[in-house]
Design a protein around this ligand. Structure first.
Ligand code: ADP
Ligand code: MG
Length: 633
């Protein structure tokens, strides 16, 4: 081992920067926090090129005198705590005195600051942690920090930055988080010269939500509030008719600080259990106040996590606040079990949906059941899988397969000519199960008889030598997905007679517009429709216009995660479409449709697993059955 030496402050600062300053968004987060701690009630955030080139944060807070303006950049220089004991009850967002030093170590900073009482302002320039200029200057009350060329001296860090639009979207997310955390703070965002987010700072979280997510979204939120022992909460949650494929619309604030918390997400999940189908997440904006001594905010380098002293108390309080809010948001709510089966639509009837016109000139009968569609009015809704199943069960009950009035189905599917759309393009479907019967009898579809349905989920089919269980949803999904893929590039879609207005958050809309070519390729026709909205004029085949919003927000969520390589984004879009369209096709209106469906499925060896890899069918051979009954030797 070599001799130990204490690192020079500049090196130490760069190490700290590695923890605190991950990307432009972290700089913006720290600067906004400083503004809040300085008592500002209005902040402007300007960025250029995703923030890596330029970040400006201007506040109307208390400002700094010349001495503090220079000391602020020293490591562990803070005005917010003084003694060890202060760490036990932190009331400010900052407290480590680390952020400005860390940012300064990896960028070029200009600071302009003036306390309201001071006759003039002060300016400091810093490059790579060294003060290069300092002196009096004229400037408005408050503080402006300009950060240029982030990571100019740490190329390794620079390489980890994503493309400008993605970084910009993270910055916006940070600004949105700050705005929701502090509804009394007015935030204005300027991105490459264009105005973005603006929150009024009127103290009302709903106003901030409105600014971030738009009118349609905020309309369906339910207010939440409550107080239990040391925990006070306020905020908004989505009704169960709304859901997302990820947690992108869940934000938690503890004492005005946006935080991530497994404890809080778990409480939310539990409160929504039985109200949402698996894999779907509610929107939730929850602001908690707890005594500063009951929460440790010093557990994460970027202060993104907190630790509660009494976790169980917080968990149960949050759980109860949410369940109470959900219950009172819907006083007519039936038993949870029932609701899962049958979300009622208690909204006034929406105008009847216009029938979409297919460019291709036909409507694939299998996937459209106009009579069974509920007339819901919400633009974004939960998976909707259940109502159709319920409907189907009801329809099925009247004509049970066992009913003597109904003769057994013929072994050959009736009128088995599938609609052209569902036949694989360009080749005759080789009709073949893995079972030998198809080989023996190479007709267009293997012989089979539909026995009935199991658990309203699986179709039971008898072939010559086997029992086949088909997962309806998985099979539908795969068929639609295959079809969409075959149409790929053609932009095959259906023009909507009634274009659908879809409301989205600013970032969701932006990421969709950026990926418009991919969406067009998948069959979507979308247009920018002003603040927080898109107009959908065309949807991919099989996707109902009214489901466009659901699928687009799902896709936006995935794109915003930024993890998917571009090549896979397209596949994901198709999967999203197929999944939703398949859910819609959850019920059959008639025996013939079921028959058709099975015929097509058995004849198409491409349909054996769903796009997510789950199997579509399960075969139990006669031999296996006989073995169970010990009929074989
Ligand atoms: P911390 O916020 O943890 O104290 P920072 O490095 O972020 O550490 O800031 C150092 C100090 O600089 C703060 O304690 C505060 O006194 C001062 N300061 C930073 N930003 C501002 C601002 N926008 N207005 C007034 N004072 C500020
Ligand atoms: Mg700070």
């Amino acid at each position: 081992m070599a001799k130990i030496s204490v690192l020079a402050p500049q090196v130490a600062n760069m190490i700290a920067a590695g923890e605190v300053v991950e990307r432009p968004a972290s700089v913006v987060k720290e600067l906004i926090e400083n503004a809040v701690d300085a008592g500002a009630d209005a902040v402007t955030v300007e960025i250029r090129q995703g923030g890596a080139a330029y970040i400006r944060v201007t506040d109307n807070g208390c400002g700094m005198d010349p001495e503090d303006a220079q000391a602020a950049f020293l490591r562990h220089a803070t005005s917010k705590i003084r003694y060890e004991g202060d760490l036990d009850a932190i009331r400010t967002l900052g407290f480590r005195g680390e952020a400005l030093a860390a940012v300064a170590a990896v960028s070029k900073i200009d600071l302009f600051t003036k306390p309201p009482a001071a006759p003039s302002g002060f300016h400091v320039s810093i490059e790579g942690g060294e003060i290069t200029e300092a002196g009096e200057t004229g400037c408005p009350d408050g503080t402006t920090v300009v950060v240029k060329d982030l990571f100019y001296n740490t190329p390794a860090r620079m390489k980890f930055l994503k493309k400008d639009s993605t970084e910009a979207s993270y910055v916006e997310a940070a600004a949105e988080g700050a705005a929701l955390a502090r509804p009394s703070l007015s935030i204005k965002m300027i991105k490459d010269g264009k105005e973005g987010l603006y929150t009024p700072g009127d103290g009302n979280m709903l106003s901030a939500l409105y600014a971030v997510y738009g009118r349609d979204f905020t309309r369906q939120l339910a207010a939440l509030s409550g107080s239990q022992r040391d925990v006070q909460a306020g905020g908004f949650i989505s009704r169960p008719s709304f859901s997302r494929a990820n947690r992108g619309m869940q934000s938690f604030f503890v004492n005005g600080r946006p935080v991530r918390s497994k404890l809080l997400t778990a409480a939310v999940d539990q409160a929504y259990q039985g109200r949402l189908t698996g894999g779907r997440f509610p929107a939730c904006f929850l602001s908690l106040s707890v005594s500063p001594s009951a929460v440790d905010v010093n557990v994460h380098p970027a202060k993104l996590e907190v630790k509660f002293a009494r976790e169980r108390e917080v968990f149960s309080a949050v759980y109860q606040f949410i369940t109470a809010a959900l219950d009172s948001a819907d006083p007519l709510r039936p038993e949870p079990e029932e609701e899962r089966e049958q979300p009622r639509s208690i909204q006034p009837e929406a105008p009847r949906r216009q029938e979409p016109v297919l460019k291709t000139g036909y409507r694939p009968r299998l996937f459209t059941f106009p009579e069974s569609r509920p007339q819901g009015g919400e633009p974004l809704k939960s998976s909707g899988q259940i109502p159709y199943q319920t409907k189907f069960q009801a329809a099925d009950a009247g004509k049970s397969p066992a009913s003597p009035a109904k003769p057994a189905q013929p072994l050959q599917p009736a009128e088995s000519e599938p609609p052209p759309a569902l036949k694989p393009r360009g080749k005759e479907a080789p009709p073949r199960l893995e079972e030998p019967i198809a080989a023996e009898k190479p007709t267009d579809a293997p012989e089979f008889r539909v026995i009935g349905e199991l658990f309203a989920t699986y179709i039971l089919v008898q072939t010559q030598d086997a029992l086949v269980m088909i997962d309806k949803h998985a099979a539908h999904e795969r068929m639609i997905y295959n079809r969409l893929r075959q149409a790929a590039g053609g932009g095959d879609g259906q023009t909507l007679l009634a274009p659908q207005r879809v409301s989205l958050s600013r970032r969701e809309k932006e990421v969709l517009m950026e990926n418009q070519p991919l969406l067009t390729q998948a069959g979507f026709g979308i247009e920018d429709f002003g603040e927080g909205a898109l107009m959908v004029r065309q949807t991919p085949m099989y996707l109902e216009g009214e489901d466009a919003g659901y699928v687009l927000s799902d896709i936006a969520g995935q794109l915003l995660e930024g993890k998917t390589p571009r090549a896979e984004s397209y596949e994901k879009i198709l999967k999203s479409v197929a999944c939703k369209a398949a859910v819609k096709a959850g019920g059959f209106t008639s025996r013939e449709e079921q028959q058709d469906f099975v015929a097509r499925l058995l004849a198409d060896p491409q349909v054996r697993s769903c796009p997510h890899g789950r199997p579509v069918l399960f075969v139990l051979t006669r031999g296996e059955v006989e073995k169970q009954f010990k009929r074989t030797l």
